[in-house]
Design a protein around this ligand. Sequence first.
Ligand code: 17E
Ligand code: FE2
Length: 400
Amino acid sequence: MLLKNIRIENAAQATDIRITGQTFASIAPNLMAQPGEQVLDCEGKMALPPFVESHIHLDTCLTLPQVGVNKSGTLFEGIQLWSKYRQGITREELRNRALRTIRLYAAHGVQYIRSHVDITGGLTTMETLLELKDEVKDLVELQLVAFPQDGILSSPGAKSRMEAALEMGADVIGGIPHFEFTREYGVESMKYVIELAERTGKLVDVHCDEIDDEQSRFVESLATFAYAAGLGGRVTASHTTAMHSYNSAYCSKLFRLLGLSGIHFVSNPLVNIHLQGRFDTYPKRRGLTRVKELLEAGMNVSFGHDDMSDPYYPLGNGNMLDVLLMGLHVCQMLGYDELMNAYRIVTHNGAKTLHLGEDYGICAGNTANLVVLNAPDFLTALREHAGVVYSVRQGKLIKG
Ligand code: 17E
Ligand code: FE2
């Protein structure tokens, strides 16, 4: 396959890309089509490595309206509605919803998805999604997090379910320290996830400090244990919305530790701008972590949806441009360079969070995965809500 006149990541000059089998064979201007070769003229549009969804809950997606409406708009009512619904989930119903969600992502050029999977109600959900992971591998690469929604120390049997889920094939260890009964349980749960990561070699992604409580400081425990174990690059703190409310003196001290630890951050702008600040009158706090400051300090931050059409969030469609637009506005990141480079948050940064390795990216020798957007550069793509013209996965056209 030969892609002609394509701009790789905002490049001023267009070039050509030859794909042979599943690999980017060569990237250079003026490549000549070989007999019988499929040629796509990209007319100067931009190519990006595929979008990465760093954080979604495939088990909760598309449960509206059956799951009930979250009247208060709080995370806690969302959890309550979900914990009733999860008792009646069947394999078939879950499979259908997850498959529909994955197809929405694929249509928007997402080829990598990290999904949290609640293990509180048992392991059938994890089993079902592990089966699906293999079935959808030609569309997306799925990473599954064993997520203890009701806590690790505050929920009977959570540790054994966690360890069984990892045995079954879950890729990532989850946690939720701010939801544990006590601060001590929260800290102990962070120690547990890092020790388990050392023991099993699995990655870690914790729902961390997703609350507007400025006293919620579990990210310092997670970062410290990760740092001491030398595991920072394999560990992610998702949400960290309490960081919005920390005083800046504490944050200044905290950032040194976060930088040393090398952990990753995931922010979920659509969902947290909706769920957070709900106990405030006016002024109401924003629901996002300090994305701009973390990035400026050299840390890795990626974005996710978190939810689609469920008790936590009624909208969402798998389009990472929507996630970016919300995040960039709320974090006041609308400078020219910030807009042009914003795609990195939902591509390269996501790939770092998911630990995808060197094979991710449009370079000769890498697996031929890319998307082509209907715009010459990323600022235009954002402004015009540019669609995905082509999505190529392992050398095959899966959209276009
Ligand atoms: N569960 C949780 O604790 N937090 C969330 N944002 C979602 C589920 C979606
Ligand atoms: Fe989440």
